[in-house]
Ligand binder design. Sequence first.
Ligand SMILES: NC(=O)c1ccc[n+]([C@@H]2O[C@H](COP(=O)([O-])OP(=O)(O)OC[C@H]3O[C@@H](n4cnc5c(N)ncnc54)[C@H](O)[C@@H]3O)[C@@H](O)[C@H]2O)c1
Length: 438
Amino acid sequence: MSQLKPVSHLDSIPSTPGKFKMDKSPYIHRLRWHSSLTKLTFWSFLFLGLILFFFLRSPSSPSPSDPSRRSLRTSNWGGPSWEKRVRSSARVRSRNGLSVLVTGAAGFVGTHVSAALKRRGDGVLGLDNFNDYYDPSLKRARQALLERTGVFVVEGDINDSALLRKLFDVVAFTHVMHLAAQAGVRYAMQNPGSYVHSNIAGLVNVLEVCKSANPQPAIVWASSSSVYGLNSKVPFSERDRTDQPASLYAATKKAGEEIAHTYNHIYGLSITGLRFFTVYGPWGRPDMAYFFFTKDILKGNQIPIFEAPNHGTVARDFTYIDDIVKGCLAALDTAEKSTGSGGKKKGSAQLRVFNLGNTSPVPVTQLVSILEKLLKVKANRLMLKMPRNGDVQFTHANISLAQKELGYKPTTDLQTGLKKFVRWYLSYYSSSGKKSAG
Ligand SMILES: NC(=O)c1ccc[n+]([C@@H]2O[C@H](COP(=O)([O-])OP(=O)(O)OC[C@H]3O[C@@H](n4cnc5c(N)ncnc54)[C@H](O)[C@@H]3O)[C@@H](O)[C@H]2O)c1
């Protein structure tokens, strides 16, 4: 009588990882085959279930904590009349004009850059996902402003490769001004995924589509002064170290600079990174201090002003939007052509990084004093120790490289720029019953 050993599940576990015992009896073999089949079916169902679970949680399903994901669901594009609008918006109307795809066009900088390009006769097409990181009605108002100047802003996400490829099928863009990103230093602690989604995955997707486009466009994109992180050597020069980011936002911008290097090196994409220093002005971002200080001063709310250790001053190199726009246009105008085609590099291509700042840091306390005078309201100041949430004590740009290569020369001081901002703020939020920035 054959001594059949009861089959224990332990038998199917290899005695040594990677090694399986050979089965000799056909009965045991059948039994094991049967039990393996059951297990296989079980694991397949589990695997399918997991895929379904992640799929349902994927970008197409809204997540309240990730605004950039939520917007994917709303993208709605295609069709002959849509293509006609795309073509018309991107049509160049001046001799030697550029044809530019502006990502983040409904954003603060994107709106100003798009309008300036259109004014001088370049073809401009905008792309934005209108996420609700801050009040989307402000983005819609900027979109309406751009529509009036003839710029169509397509609603979609930079992670949508099919949409990007379609845009390149319809228009042979000569340039991409890539401004779409998850901005803000402090919000990175609340929603880190949105930074990875837009600033890393989104950037890679934009570069992937650009690398395969024929002809390849030249790319100018927004990095940030935040890449200088804990660097204490002032003023910040492009040659200074940028390997000590103080926030996830800064880390994603630094990663973007390295990713840009890779795409330049492998595919011959011409890429220029611009490190903006605290940009402010009309149609600005409600999450930035100058903007919410204005709102809170008018409402009589307390203004939290951060102080560095030992009563040290916190200062920023505030840069007026018109100066930033001039820097962006100069970067586009001086960008050399990409050298690759069909995803293959044909020769070395331009790779640049520039600081775009104002070169005169102003203490945040002085910013509040200027606002008090312009608004004719005394601020209710609350001095607080600077928390470790990603902010740095000061920023100060050395702009000699941008001066030399781009002819960049900022001309607006903080007092003058804030005056223009306050005039816009009062008119925007008092007209047509708009609520003040929330
Ligand atoms: N404003 C500043 O002080 C400053 C400073 C340094 C760097 N930057 C960089 O400059 C660029 C523009 O900044 P801004 O101040 O205009 O910010 P913004 O938030 O007003 O503009 C960014 C726009 O991109 C859009 N966007 C975000 N993720 C997207 C996605 N996945 N797909 C499509 N659209 C998306 C947003 O809806 C928004 O309209 C950003 O890259 C930002 O990181 C800005």
